[in-house]
Design a protein. Structure first.
Length: 607
Protein backbone atom coordinates (compact mmCIF):
# COMPACT_ATOMS: atom_id res chain seq x y z
CA UNK A 1 0.00 0.00 0.00
CA UNK A 2 0.96 3.68 -0.14
CA UNK A 3 4.63 4.51 0.34
CA UNK A 4 5.87 7.65 2.06
CA UNK A 5 9.20 9.46 2.01
CA UNK A 6 10.31 12.86 3.28
CA UNK A 7 13.80 14.39 3.20
CA UNK A 8 15.44 17.46 4.69
CA UNK A 9 18.58 17.53 2.57
CA UNK A 10 21.56 19.67 1.69
CA UNK A 11 21.30 19.20 -2.07
CA UNK A 12 18.26 18.93 -4.40
CA UNK A 13 16.09 16.15 -3.02
CA UNK A 14 13.83 15.17 -5.94
CA UNK A 15 16.18 12.46 -7.33
CA UNK A 16 16.47 10.98 -3.82
CA UNK A 17 12.71 11.08 -3.34
CA UNK A 18 12.22 9.22 -6.64
CA UNK A 19 14.85 6.64 -5.66
CA UNK A 20 13.11 6.01 -2.35
CA UNK A 21 9.73 5.73 -4.09
CA UNK A 22 11.24 3.09 -6.37
CA UNK A 23 12.18 1.08 -3.32
CA UNK A 24 8.63 1.44 -2.08
CA UNK A 25 7.11 0.34 -5.41
CA UNK A 26 6.85 -3.19 -4.05
CA UNK A 27 4.01 -2.09 -1.78
CA UNK A 28 1.71 -1.58 -4.78
CA UNK A 29 0.39 1.78 -6.05
CA UNK A 30 -1.49 3.43 -8.88
CA UNK A 31 -0.24 7.04 -8.85
CA UNK A 32 2.75 8.92 -7.47
CA UNK A 33 3.94 12.41 -6.68
CA UNK A 34 6.58 14.61 -5.10
CA UNK A 35 6.56 18.12 -3.60
CA UNK A 36 9.36 20.44 -2.56
CA UNK A 37 9.66 23.94 -1.19
CA UNK A 38 10.96 26.51 -3.63
CA UNK A 39 11.56 29.94 -2.09
CA UNK A 40 9.15 28.99 0.65
CA UNK A 41 6.37 27.90 -1.71
CA UNK A 42 5.05 24.38 -2.15
CA UNK A 43 5.49 23.07 -5.69
CA UNK A 44 4.57 19.55 -6.76
CA UNK A 45 4.52 17.11 -9.68
CA UNK A 46 2.12 14.20 -9.73
CA UNK A 47 1.18 11.53 -12.24
CA UNK A 48 -1.26 8.68 -12.60
CA UNK A 49 0.17 5.17 -13.04
CA UNK A 50 3.73 4.02 -12.55
CA UNK A 51 6.73 6.07 -11.48
CA UNK A 52 8.04 6.28 -15.05
CA UNK A 53 5.16 8.65 -15.76
CA UNK A 54 6.20 10.87 -12.86
CA UNK A 55 9.83 10.74 -13.99
CA UNK A 56 8.82 11.73 -17.53
CA UNK A 57 6.91 14.65 -16.08
CA UNK A 58 9.89 15.73 -13.99
CA UNK A 59 12.11 15.72 -17.07
CA UNK A 60 9.88 18.30 -18.67
CA UNK A 61 9.18 20.22 -15.47
CA UNK A 62 12.05 19.65 -13.01
CA UNK A 63 11.48 20.25 -9.33
CA UNK A 64 14.40 21.83 -7.46
CA UNK A 65 14.42 22.27 -3.67
CA UNK A 66 16.35 20.75 -0.79
CA UNK A 67 13.39 19.72 1.33
CA UNK A 68 10.62 17.55 -0.02
CA UNK A 69 8.12 14.73 0.35
CA UNK A 70 7.10 11.93 -2.01
CA UNK A 71 4.38 9.31 -2.24
CA UNK A 72 3.14 6.26 -4.06
CA UNK A 73 -0.65 6.05 -3.70
CA UNK A 74 -2.85 2.95 -3.64
CA UNK A 75 -6.26 4.50 -4.13
CA UNK A 76 -8.85 4.14 -1.39
CA UNK A 77 -10.93 7.35 -1.50
CA UNK A 78 -11.19 8.68 -5.04
CA UNK A 79 -9.94 7.08 -8.20
CA UNK A 80 -6.23 6.92 -9.06
CA UNK A 81 -6.03 10.20 -10.99
CA UNK A 82 -3.45 12.97 -10.97
CA UNK A 83 -5.93 15.18 -9.10
CA UNK A 84 -6.19 12.67 -6.25
CA UNK A 85 -2.47 11.80 -6.23
CA UNK A 86 -0.41 12.88 -3.24
CA UNK A 87 1.13 15.18 -2.07
CA UNK A 88 -2.23 16.78 -1.36
CA UNK A 89 -1.60 20.47 -0.79
CA UNK A 90 -3.08 23.80 0.16
CA UNK A 91 -1.02 27.00 -0.04
CA UNK A 92 0.11 26.32 3.56
CA UNK A 93 0.84 22.64 3.79
CA UNK A 94 1.50 19.52 1.68
CA UNK A 95 0.60 16.07 2.99
CA UNK A 96 1.47 12.49 2.05
CA UNK A 97 -0.62 9.86 3.75
CA UNK A 98 -1.00 6.10 4.07
CA UNK A 99 -4.11 4.48 5.58
CA UNK A 100 -7.57 5.86 6.12
CA UNK A 101 -8.92 8.90 7.97
CA UNK A 102 -12.16 7.34 9.14
CA UNK A 103 -13.83 10.59 10.22
CA UNK A 104 -12.82 12.52 7.08
CA UNK A 105 -16.47 13.21 6.14
CA UNK A 106 -17.24 14.74 9.52
CA UNK A 107 -14.07 16.88 9.30
CA UNK A 108 -14.81 17.82 5.71
CA UNK A 109 -18.36 18.94 6.59
CA UNK A 110 -17.00 21.18 9.36
CA UNK A 111 -14.27 22.60 7.14
CA UNK A 112 -16.64 23.21 4.22
CA UNK A 113 -18.97 24.98 6.64
CA UNK A 114 -15.98 27.22 7.52
CA UNK A 115 -15.85 28.13 3.83
CA UNK A 116 -13.02 25.85 2.69
CA UNK A 117 -13.05 24.40 -0.82
CA UNK A 118 -11.94 20.80 -1.36
CA UNK A 119 -10.23 20.00 -4.65
CA UNK A 120 -9.88 16.21 -4.40
CA UNK A 121 -11.95 13.13 -3.55
CA UNK A 122 -9.42 11.96 -0.96
CA UNK A 123 -9.78 11.53 2.77
CA UNK A 124 -6.25 12.99 3.00
CA UNK A 125 -7.43 16.44 2.00
CA UNK A 126 -9.37 16.66 5.26
CA UNK A 127 -5.99 16.57 7.08
CA UNK A 128 -4.44 19.18 4.80
CA UNK A 129 -7.44 21.49 5.20
CA UNK A 130 -7.63 20.91 8.96
CA UNK A 131 -3.97 21.84 9.41
CA UNK A 132 -4.43 24.86 7.14
CA UNK A 133 -7.38 26.01 9.19
CA UNK A 134 -5.27 25.78 12.37
CA UNK A 135 -2.32 27.53 10.73
CA UNK A 136 -4.58 30.36 9.58
CA UNK A 137 -5.58 30.79 13.20
CA UNK A 138 -1.92 31.63 13.86
CA UNK A 139 -1.03 28.26 15.36
CA UNK A 140 2.53 27.07 14.85
CA UNK A 141 2.96 23.91 12.70
CA UNK A 142 3.78 22.02 15.91
CA UNK A 143 0.62 23.19 17.68
CA UNK A 144 -1.45 22.49 14.56
CA UNK A 145 -0.15 18.92 14.26
CA UNK A 146 -0.65 18.21 17.96
CA UNK A 147 -4.23 19.46 17.74
CA UNK A 148 -4.91 17.61 14.48
CA UNK A 149 -3.80 14.33 16.08
CA UNK A 150 -6.59 14.81 18.63
CA UNK A 151 -9.15 15.08 15.84
CA UNK A 152 -8.04 12.34 13.43
CA UNK A 153 -9.53 8.86 13.66
CA UNK A 154 -8.47 5.76 11.77
CA UNK A 155 -5.22 3.95 11.04
CA UNK A 156 -2.73 6.11 9.21
CA UNK A 157 0.79 7.42 8.76
CA UNK A 158 1.42 10.86 7.34
CA UNK A 159 4.16 13.39 6.65
CA UNK A 160 3.62 17.12 6.30
CA UNK A 161 5.72 19.91 4.79
CA UNK A 162 4.87 23.53 5.56
CA UNK A 163 5.23 26.53 3.27
CA UNK A 164 7.85 28.99 4.47
CA UNK A 165 9.47 26.33 6.68
CA UNK A 166 12.58 24.98 4.93
CA UNK A 167 13.78 23.76 8.30
CA UNK A 168 11.15 21.19 9.36
CA UNK A 169 9.09 18.21 8.30
CA UNK A 170 6.51 16.54 10.51
CA UNK A 171 5.29 12.98 10.66
CA UNK A 172 2.57 11.15 12.57
CA UNK A 173 1.49 7.56 12.88
CA UNK A 174 -1.42 5.59 14.24
CA UNK A 175 -1.64 1.99 13.08
CA UNK A 176 0.46 2.32 9.89
CA UNK A 177 4.24 2.26 10.04
CA UNK A 178 6.57 5.28 9.90
CA UNK A 179 10.29 5.51 10.63
CA UNK A 180 12.77 8.37 10.93
CA UNK A 181 16.26 8.06 9.40
CA UNK A 182 19.20 10.01 10.84
CA UNK A 183 21.85 11.32 8.43
CA UNK A 184 24.70 13.79 8.78
CA UNK A 185 23.03 17.16 8.60
CA UNK A 186 20.20 15.48 6.67
CA UNK A 187 17.08 13.79 7.99
CA UNK A 188 14.66 11.32 6.46
CA UNK A 189 11.23 9.98 7.26
CA UNK A 190 9.61 7.07 5.45
CA UNK A 191 7.26 4.14 5.53
CA UNK A 192 9.90 1.60 6.49
CA UNK A 193 13.61 0.93 6.78
CA UNK A 194 13.63 -0.22 3.13
CA UNK A 195 12.77 3.29 1.96
CA UNK A 196 15.57 4.71 4.10
CA UNK A 197 18.12 1.92 3.53
CA UNK A 198 20.69 3.56 1.21
CA UNK A 199 20.44 6.93 2.97
CA UNK A 200 21.16 5.75 6.48
CA UNK A 201 21.14 2.72 8.74
CA UNK A 202 20.32 4.79 11.84
CA UNK A 203 16.58 4.46 12.26
CA UNK A 204 14.02 5.50 14.88
CA UNK A 205 10.74 3.60 14.64
CA UNK A 206 7.71 5.58 15.71
CA UNK A 207 5.04 4.10 17.97
CA UNK A 208 1.29 4.41 17.64
CA UNK A 209 0.02 7.96 18.27
CA UNK A 210 3.52 9.43 18.01
CA UNK A 211 4.02 12.59 16.05
CA UNK A 212 7.45 13.87 15.22
CA UNK A 213 9.17 17.10 14.24
CA UNK A 214 12.32 16.67 12.14
CA UNK A 215 14.92 19.33 11.49
CA UNK A 216 18.27 18.93 9.74
CA UNK A 217 20.04 17.68 12.88
CA UNK A 218 17.55 15.42 14.60
CA UNK A 219 13.97 14.87 15.66
CA UNK A 220 11.65 15.34 18.61
CA UNK A 221 8.89 12.80 19.16
CA UNK A 222 5.62 13.68 20.91
CA UNK A 223 2.65 11.82 22.30
CA UNK A 224 -0.08 14.39 22.81
CA UNK A 225 1.76 17.43 24.13
CA UNK A 226 4.58 15.60 25.91
CA UNK A 227 7.88 14.63 24.36
CA UNK A 228 8.81 10.96 24.43
CA UNK A 229 12.09 9.09 23.91
CA UNK A 230 12.30 6.61 21.04
CA UNK A 231 15.56 4.71 20.62
CA UNK A 232 17.72 5.01 17.53
CA UNK A 233 18.39 1.53 16.12
CA UNK A 234 20.75 0.12 13.53
CA UNK A 235 18.88 -1.22 10.52
CA UNK A 236 20.48 -4.33 9.02
CA UNK A 237 19.22 -3.56 5.51
CA UNK A 238 21.65 -2.83 2.73
CA UNK A 239 21.12 -1.85 -0.89
CA UNK A 240 22.39 -5.31 -1.96
CA UNK A 241 19.67 -7.10 -0.03
CA UNK A 242 16.94 -5.23 -1.81
CA UNK A 243 18.21 -5.53 -5.39
CA UNK A 244 16.90 -7.92 -8.05
CA UNK A 245 20.30 -9.54 -8.66
CA UNK A 246 20.47 -11.34 -12.00
CA UNK A 247 16.83 -12.33 -11.94
CA UNK A 248 14.20 -10.93 -14.24
CA UNK A 249 11.78 -10.37 -11.38
CA UNK A 250 11.95 -9.98 -7.62
CA UNK A 251 9.52 -12.85 -7.37
CA UNK A 252 11.85 -15.23 -9.18
CA UNK A 253 14.77 -14.05 -7.08
CA UNK A 254 12.73 -14.67 -3.94
CA UNK A 255 11.63 -18.12 -5.12
CA UNK A 256 15.32 -18.92 -5.69
CA UNK A 257 16.31 -17.58 -2.28
CA UNK A 258 14.17 -20.21 -0.58
CA UNK A 259 16.86 -22.88 -0.03
CA UNK A 260 18.97 -20.22 1.72
CA UNK A 261 16.26 -18.53 3.79
CA UNK A 262 14.60 -21.81 4.72
CA UNK A 263 18.08 -22.92 5.84
CA UNK A 264 18.63 -19.70 7.82
CA UNK A 265 15.26 -19.98 9.52
CA UNK A 266 15.87 -23.65 10.29
CA UNK A 267 19.23 -22.81 11.85
CA UNK A 268 17.54 -20.67 14.43
CA UNK A 269 14.71 -23.11 15.24
CA UNK A 270 16.46 -26.46 14.91
CA UNK A 271 19.72 -27.90 16.19
CA UNK A 272 21.06 -30.10 13.39
CA UNK A 273 23.64 -31.69 15.70
CA UNK A 274 21.05 -33.09 18.10
CA UNK A 275 18.28 -33.30 15.49
CA UNK A 276 15.90 -31.59 17.83
CA UNK A 277 14.01 -28.32 17.73
CA UNK A 278 15.37 -25.47 19.78
CA UNK A 279 12.66 -24.47 22.25
CA UNK A 280 12.25 -20.72 21.98
CA UNK A 281 11.60 -19.11 25.30
CA UNK A 282 7.89 -18.35 25.22
CA UNK A 283 5.68 -16.89 27.96
CA UNK A 284 3.58 -20.06 28.13
CA UNK A 285 3.49 -23.69 29.14
CA UNK A 286 2.23 -25.82 26.24
CA UNK A 287 0.81 -28.41 28.64
CA UNK A 288 -1.53 -25.76 30.05
CA UNK A 289 -2.62 -24.11 26.81
CA UNK A 290 -6.35 -24.68 26.35
CA UNK A 291 -6.54 -23.82 22.68
CA UNK A 292 -4.51 -22.30 19.86
CA UNK A 293 -6.22 -19.68 17.70
CA UNK A 294 -4.33 -18.72 14.56
CA UNK A 295 -5.20 -15.67 12.50
CA UNK A 296 -3.88 -14.10 9.30
CA UNK A 297 -4.86 -12.95 5.80
CA UNK A 298 -4.29 -14.33 2.30
CA UNK A 299 -1.26 -16.54 1.85
CA UNK A 300 -0.34 -16.17 5.52
CA UNK A 301 -3.76 -17.62 6.35
CA UNK A 302 -2.88 -20.71 4.32
CA UNK A 303 0.22 -21.06 6.52
CA UNK A 304 -2.20 -21.21 9.47
CA UNK A 305 -4.23 -23.86 7.65
CA UNK A 306 -1.17 -26.07 7.20
CA UNK A 307 -0.10 -25.43 10.79
CA UNK A 308 -3.49 -26.56 12.06
CA UNK A 309 -2.73 -30.02 10.66
CA UNK A 310 0.67 -29.96 12.37
CA UNK A 311 -0.50 -28.78 15.80
CA UNK A 312 -3.37 -31.26 15.79
CA UNK A 313 -1.25 -34.17 14.63
CA UNK A 314 2.00 -33.55 16.47
CA UNK A 315 0.83 -31.79 19.64
CA UNK A 316 -2.76 -33.12 19.78
CA UNK A 317 -4.04 -29.62 20.51
CA UNK A 318 -7.35 -28.01 19.56
CA UNK A 319 -6.66 -25.33 16.96
CA UNK A 320 -8.99 -22.78 15.41
CA UNK A 321 -7.92 -20.83 12.35
CA UNK A 322 -9.51 -17.53 11.56
CA UNK A 323 -9.39 -15.20 8.56
CA UNK A 324 -8.42 -12.03 10.42
CA UNK A 325 -10.95 -9.72 8.76
CA UNK A 326 -13.84 -11.99 9.81
CA UNK A 327 -12.52 -12.95 13.22
CA UNK A 328 -12.25 -9.42 14.56
CA UNK A 329 -15.86 -8.57 13.80
CA UNK A 330 -17.36 -11.89 14.86
CA UNK A 331 -16.01 -11.37 18.37
CA UNK A 332 -16.02 -15.03 19.39
CA UNK A 333 -15.35 -15.94 23.02
CA UNK A 334 -11.80 -17.24 23.44
CA UNK A 335 -11.04 -19.68 26.24
CA UNK A 336 -8.99 -18.82 29.29
CA UNK A 337 -5.40 -19.98 28.91
CA UNK A 338 -5.57 -19.78 25.12
CA UNK A 339 -2.79 -18.74 22.76
CA UNK A 340 -3.37 -16.59 19.69
CA UNK A 341 -0.76 -16.77 16.92
CA UNK A 342 -0.83 -14.04 14.26
CA UNK A 343 1.06 -14.77 11.04
CA UNK A 344 2.14 -11.92 8.79
CA UNK A 345 5.04 -11.19 6.47
CA UNK A 346 4.81 -7.42 6.83
CA UNK A 347 3.59 -7.40 10.42
CA UNK A 348 1.50 -4.38 9.40
CA UNK A 349 -1.63 -5.96 7.88
CA UNK A 350 -4.38 -4.01 9.58
CA UNK A 351 -6.91 -6.86 9.77
CA UNK A 352 -4.36 -9.18 11.38
CA UNK A 353 -3.23 -6.46 13.77
CA UNK A 354 -6.80 -5.75 14.84
CA UNK A 355 -7.55 -9.47 15.18
CA UNK A 356 -4.56 -9.74 17.53
CA UNK A 357 -5.85 -6.74 19.47
CA UNK A 358 -9.16 -8.54 19.83
CA UNK A 359 -7.36 -11.66 21.10
CA UNK A 360 -5.56 -9.44 23.60
CA UNK A 361 -8.90 -8.14 24.85
CA UNK A 362 -9.82 -11.82 25.41
CA UNK A 363 -6.69 -12.28 27.56
CA UNK A 364 -4.98 -14.65 25.18
CA UNK A 365 -1.21 -15.09 25.14
CA UNK A 366 -0.14 -13.37 21.92
CA UNK A 367 2.53 -14.85 19.65
CA UNK A 368 3.40 -13.60 16.20
CA UNK A 369 5.22 -15.09 13.25
CA UNK A 370 6.48 -12.06 11.33
CA UNK A 371 9.20 -11.15 8.87
CA UNK A 372 9.59 -7.58 10.13
CA UNK A 373 10.61 -7.63 13.79
CA UNK A 374 9.88 -3.91 14.29
CA UNK A 375 6.36 -4.19 12.93
CA UNK A 376 3.17 -3.28 14.77
CA UNK A 377 2.08 -6.93 15.06
CA UNK A 378 5.45 -7.89 16.54
CA UNK A 379 5.26 -5.05 19.02
CA UNK A 380 1.79 -6.00 20.19
CA UNK A 381 2.78 -9.62 20.79
CA UNK A 382 4.04 -11.14 24.04
CA UNK A 383 6.64 -13.06 22.02
CA UNK A 384 7.80 -12.96 18.40
CA UNK A 385 8.81 -15.96 16.32
CA UNK A 386 10.68 -14.29 13.45
CA UNK A 387 10.94 -15.69 9.94
CA UNK A 388 14.40 -15.01 8.55
CA UNK A 389 13.29 -14.52 4.95
CA UNK A 390 14.95 -11.12 4.45
CA UNK A 391 13.06 -8.33 2.66
CA UNK A 392 10.34 -9.64 0.35
CA UNK A 393 9.76 -7.15 -2.45
CA UNK A 394 7.60 -9.07 -4.95
CA UNK A 395 4.00 -8.40 -4.02
CA UNK A 396 3.15 -12.11 -4.05
CA UNK A 397 4.37 -13.85 -0.94
CA UNK A 398 6.84 -16.69 -1.63
CA UNK A 399 9.83 -17.04 0.68
CA UNK A 400 7.88 -15.43 3.51
CA UNK A 401 5.30 -18.22 3.25
CA UNK A 402 7.76 -21.11 3.24
CA UNK A 403 9.67 -19.65 6.19
CA UNK A 404 6.38 -19.12 8.06
CA UNK A 405 5.75 -22.83 7.56
CA UNK A 406 9.20 -23.68 8.95
CA UNK A 407 8.59 -21.59 12.07
CA UNK A 408 5.12 -23.05 12.61
CA UNK A 409 6.26 -26.64 12.12
CA UNK A 410 9.07 -26.23 14.62
CA UNK A 411 6.68 -24.58 17.08
CA UNK A 412 4.20 -27.45 16.68
CA UNK A 413 7.04 -29.92 17.32
CA UNK A 414 8.15 -27.98 20.41
CA UNK A 415 4.54 -28.06 21.66
CA UNK A 416 4.30 -31.80 20.92
CA UNK A 417 7.50 -32.48 22.78
CA UNK A 418 6.35 -30.43 25.80
CA UNK A 419 2.98 -32.19 25.84
CA UNK A 420 4.50 -35.64 25.48
CA UNK A 421 2.56 -36.34 22.28
CA UNK A 422 5.63 -36.67 20.09
CA UNK A 423 8.32 -39.26 20.66
CA UNK A 424 12.04 -38.53 20.43
CA UNK A 425 12.22 -40.75 17.31
CA UNK A 426 9.42 -38.83 15.62
CA UNK A 427 11.09 -35.52 16.42
CA UNK A 428 14.39 -36.76 15.03
CA UNK A 429 12.72 -38.02 11.86
CA UNK A 430 11.03 -34.66 11.30
CA UNK A 431 14.24 -32.78 12.06
CA UNK A 432 16.06 -34.86 9.45
CA UNK A 433 13.32 -34.20 6.89
CA UNK A 434 13.61 -30.46 7.54
CA UNK A 435 17.40 -30.55 7.32
CA UNK A 436 17.02 -32.10 3.86
CA UNK A 437 14.54 -29.49 2.76
CA UNK A 438 16.91 -26.82 1.34
CA UNK A 439 18.49 -29.49 -0.89
CA UNK A 440 15.06 -30.78 -2.01
CA UNK A 441 13.97 -27.20 -2.80
CA UNK A 442 17.11 -26.80 -4.88
CA UNK A 443 16.31 -29.96 -6.82
CA UNK A 444 12.81 -28.61 -7.46
CA UNK A 445 14.25 -25.34 -8.72
CA UNK A 446 16.59 -27.29 -11.00
CA UNK A 447 13.49 -28.64 -12.70
CA UNK A 448 12.18 -25.17 -13.54
CA UNK A 449 12.07 -25.99 -17.27
CA UNK A 450 9.48 -28.70 -16.60
CA UNK A 451 7.30 -26.23 -14.75
CA UNK A 452 7.78 -23.64 -17.47
CA UNK A 453 6.73 -26.19 -20.10
CA UNK A 454 3.48 -27.02 -18.27
CA UNK A 455 2.79 -23.35 -17.64
CA UNK A 456 3.21 -22.51 -21.32
CA UNK A 457 1.50 -25.57 -22.79
CA UNK A 458 -1.37 -26.15 -20.38
CA UNK A 459 -2.05 -23.26 -18.02
CA UNK A 460 -1.36 -20.00 -19.87
CA UNK A 461 -4.16 -20.51 -22.42
CA UNK A 462 -6.75 -21.58 -19.84
CA UNK A 463 -9.62 -19.40 -18.68
CA UNK A 464 -10.13 -21.36 -15.46
CA UNK A 465 -7.82 -23.65 -13.52
CA UNK A 466 -8.69 -25.86 -10.56
CA UNK A 467 -6.25 -27.04 -7.90
CA UNK A 468 -6.99 -30.08 -5.76
CA UNK A 469 -5.33 -31.37 -2.62
CA UNK A 470 -6.25 -33.29 0.49
CA UNK A 471 -5.04 -33.07 4.07
CA UNK A 472 -2.16 -30.62 4.39
CA UNK A 473 -1.95 -30.47 0.56
CA UNK A 474 -5.35 -28.75 0.50
CA UNK A 475 -3.89 -25.39 1.69
CA UNK A 476 -1.12 -25.85 -0.89
CA UNK A 477 -3.84 -26.21 -3.55
CA UNK A 478 -5.43 -22.99 -2.26
CA UNK A 479 -2.06 -21.25 -2.33
CA UNK A 480 -1.39 -22.51 -5.87
CA UNK A 481 -4.73 -21.12 -7.03
CA UNK A 482 -4.18 -17.79 -5.26
CA UNK A 483 -0.70 -17.40 -6.76
CA UNK A 484 -1.99 -18.22 -10.24
CA UNK A 485 -4.91 -15.80 -10.13
CA UNK A 486 -3.03 -12.89 -8.61
CA UNK A 487 -0.07 -13.16 -10.99
CA UNK A 488 -1.61 -14.27 -14.29
CA UNK A 489 -5.22 -13.04 -13.82
CA UNK A 490 -6.45 -16.50 -14.79
CA UNK A 491 -9.44 -17.54 -12.71
CA UNK A 492 -8.29 -20.31 -10.37
CA UNK A 493 -9.83 -22.09 -7.39
CA UNK A 494 -8.46 -24.54 -4.88
CA UNK A 495 -10.61 -27.34 -3.50
CA UNK A 496 -10.24 -30.15 -1.02
CA UNK A 497 -10.25 -33.19 -3.33
CA UNK A 498 -13.17 -34.79 -1.53
CA UNK A 499 -15.33 -31.71 -2.10
CA UNK A 500 -15.13 -31.96 -5.92
CA UNK A 501 -18.11 -34.25 -6.21
CA UNK A 502 -20.23 -31.87 -4.12
CA UNK A 503 -20.34 -29.17 -6.78
CA UNK A 504 -17.13 -28.10 -8.51
CA UNK A 505 -17.06 -31.25 -10.64
CA UNK A 506 -19.74 -29.57 -12.76
CA UNK A 507 -17.01 -27.26 -14.07
CA UNK A 508 -14.82 -30.04 -15.43
CA UNK A 509 -14.37 -30.31 -19.17
CA UNK A 510 -11.39 -30.55 -21.48
CA UNK A 511 -10.78 -26.80 -21.31
CA UNK A 512 -10.20 -26.75 -17.56
CA UNK A 513 -6.76 -27.85 -16.35
CA UNK A 514 -6.87 -29.46 -12.91
CA UNK A 515 -3.62 -29.34 -10.93
CA UNK A 516 -3.54 -32.16 -8.38
CA UNK A 517 -1.15 -31.72 -5.44
CA UNK A 518 -0.61 -35.28 -4.26
CA UNK A 519 2.48 -36.41 -2.36
CA UNK A 520 2.41 -40.15 -1.56
CA UNK A 521 0.97 -39.95 1.93
CA UNK A 522 -1.60 -41.78 4.01
CA UNK A 523 -4.47 -40.38 1.94
CA UNK A 524 -2.91 -40.74 -1.49
CA UNK A 525 -5.54 -43.39 -2.40
CA UNK A 526 -8.28 -40.89 -1.67
CA UNK A 527 -6.84 -38.18 -3.90
CA UNK A 528 -6.23 -40.89 -6.52
CA UNK A 529 -10.02 -41.51 -6.53
CA UNK A 530 -10.68 -37.79 -6.98
CA UNK A 531 -8.13 -37.84 -9.79
CA UNK A 532 -10.08 -40.61 -11.54
CA UNK A 533 -13.35 -38.70 -11.09
CA UNK A 534 -11.89 -35.73 -12.95
CA UNK A 535 -10.35 -37.96 -15.60
CA UNK A 536 -13.65 -39.71 -16.27
CA UNK A 537 -15.13 -36.29 -17.15
CA UNK A 538 -12.40 -35.38 -19.59
CA UNK A 539 -10.52 -32.99 -17.26
CA UNK A 540 -6.95 -32.07 -18.21
CA UNK A 541 -4.93 -33.36 -15.25
CA UNK A 542 -1.60 -31.92 -14.14
CA UNK A 543 -0.14 -34.18 -11.48
CA UNK A 544 2.36 -32.95 -8.89
CA UNK A 545 3.53 -35.99 -6.95
CA UNK A 546 6.69 -37.87 -6.05
CA UNK A 547 8.29 -40.67 -8.10
CA UNK A 548 5.99 -43.28 -6.55
CA UNK A 549 2.85 -41.23 -7.15
CA UNK A 550 3.84 -40.41 -10.72
CA UNK A 551 4.53 -44.11 -11.33
CA UNK A 552 0.97 -44.86 -10.17
CA UNK A 553 -1.00 -42.07 -11.81
CA UNK A 554 1.33 -40.29 -14.23
CA UNK A 555 0.21 -42.24 -17.31
CA UNK A 556 -3.36 -41.11 -16.74
CA UNK A 557 -2.45 -37.42 -16.45
CA UNK A 558 -2.11 -34.96 -19.33
CA UNK A 559 1.22 -34.09 -17.77
CA UNK A 560 3.01 -34.77 -14.50
CA UNK A 561 6.09 -33.75 -12.53
CA UNK A 562 7.92 -35.86 -9.99
CA UNK A 563 8.63 -33.58 -7.06
CA UNK A 564 11.62 -34.84 -4.99
CA UNK A 565 10.73 -37.40 -2.32
CA UNK A 566 10.18 -35.90 1.11
CA UNK A 567 8.54 -36.84 4.42
CA UNK A 568 4.76 -36.20 4.02
CA UNK A 569 4.66 -33.95 7.10
CA UNK A 570 7.19 -31.58 5.50
CA UNK A 571 5.79 -32.01 1.97
CA UNK A 572 3.55 -28.87 1.98
CA UNK A 573 6.68 -26.72 2.12
CA UNK A 574 8.25 -28.38 -0.92
CA UNK A 575 5.04 -28.58 -2.97
CA UNK A 576 4.53 -24.87 -2.36
CA UNK A 577 7.68 -24.20 -4.38
CA UNK A 578 6.22 -26.31 -7.21
CA UNK A 579 2.98 -24.29 -7.35
CA UNK A 580 4.96 -21.03 -7.12
CA UNK A 581 6.95 -22.01 -10.23
CA UNK A 582 3.77 -22.91 -12.13
CA UNK A 583 2.22 -19.53 -11.31
CA UNK A 584 5.40 -17.58 -12.08
CA UNK A 585 5.94 -19.15 -15.50
CA UNK A 586 2.26 -18.87 -16.43
CA UNK A 587 2.36 -15.16 -15.64
CA UNK A 588 5.62 -14.83 -17.57
CA UNK A 589 4.00 -16.48 -20.58
CA UNK A 590 1.05 -14.09 -20.32
CA UNK A 591 3.30 -11.05 -19.92
CA UNK A 592 1.61 -9.69 -16.80
CA UNK A 593 3.25 -7.41 -14.23
CA UNK A 594 4.65 -10.15 -12.00
CA UNK A 595 6.20 -8.09 -9.21
CA UNK A 596 3.31 -5.66 -8.95
CA UNK A 597 0.11 -7.34 -10.08
CA UNK A 598 -2.75 -4.96 -10.82
CA UNK A 599 -4.81 -3.71 -7.87
CA UNK A 600 -2.63 -5.47 -5.29
CA UNK A 601 -0.54 -4.03 -2.50
CA UNK A 602 2.24 -5.63 -0.51
CA UNK A 603 1.37 -4.33 2.89
CA UNK A 604 -2.37 -4.02 3.34
CA UNK A 605 -2.80 -1.26 5.86
CA UNK A 606 -6.45 -0.44 5.12
CA UNK A 607 -9.52 -2.56 5.84
C1 LIG B 1 -0.50 -13.29 -1.69
C2 LIG B 1 -0.08 -12.40 -0.63
C3 LIG B 1 -1.12 -11.90 0.31
C4 LIG B 1 -0.54 -11.72 1.73
C5 LIG B 1 -1.57 -11.07 2.65
C6 LIG B 1 -1.08 -10.95 4.06
O1 LIG B 1 0.60 -13.69 -2.47
O2 LIG B 1 1.06 -12.03 -0.53
O3 LIG B 1 -2.25 -12.71 0.33
O4 LIG B 1 -0.18 -12.98 2.22
O5 LIG B 1 -1.89 -9.79 2.15
O6 LIG B 1 0.06 -10.15 4.14
P1 LIG B 1 1.01 -10.20 5.41
O7 LIG B 1 1.65 -11.54 5.42
O8 LIG B 1 2.00 -9.10 5.20
O9 LIG B 1 0.14 -9.99 6.61
Amino acid sequence: MCGIIGIIGKAPVTPLLIDALKRLEYRGYDSAGVATLINGHIDRRRAEGKLVNLEARLKVEPLPGTIGIGHTRWATHGKPSERNAHPIATDRVAIVHNGIIENFQELKDELVAEGRRFDTDTDTEAVAQLLTSYLERQMSPEAAMGKAMERLRGAFALVAMFSGRHDILMGARRGSSLAVGHGNGEMYVGTDALALAPFTSRVTYLEDDDWVVLNSTGCTVYQGTTTVERPEKKSGLSGALIGKGNHQHFMLKEIYEQPAVVGDTLQSYLDPATRSVRTPSLPLDWTKVSRVTMTACGTAFYACMVAKYWFEKLARMPVEIEVASEFRYREPPLPEGGVCIAVSQSGETIDTLEALRYAKSQKQILLSVVNVPESAIARLSHAVLPTLAGPEIGVASTKAFTTQLIVLLNTAIAAGRARGTLSREQEEKLALAMIELPARINETLNMEDDYRRIAESTLAAARDVLYLGRGSSFPVALEGALKLKELSYIHAEGYAGGEMKHGPIALIDDAVPVVVVAPSDAIFDKIASNFEQVRARGGKLVLLSDAQGVARLGAKAETSIAVPDIDPVVAPILYTVAVQLLAYYTALAKGTDIDQPRNLAKSVTVE
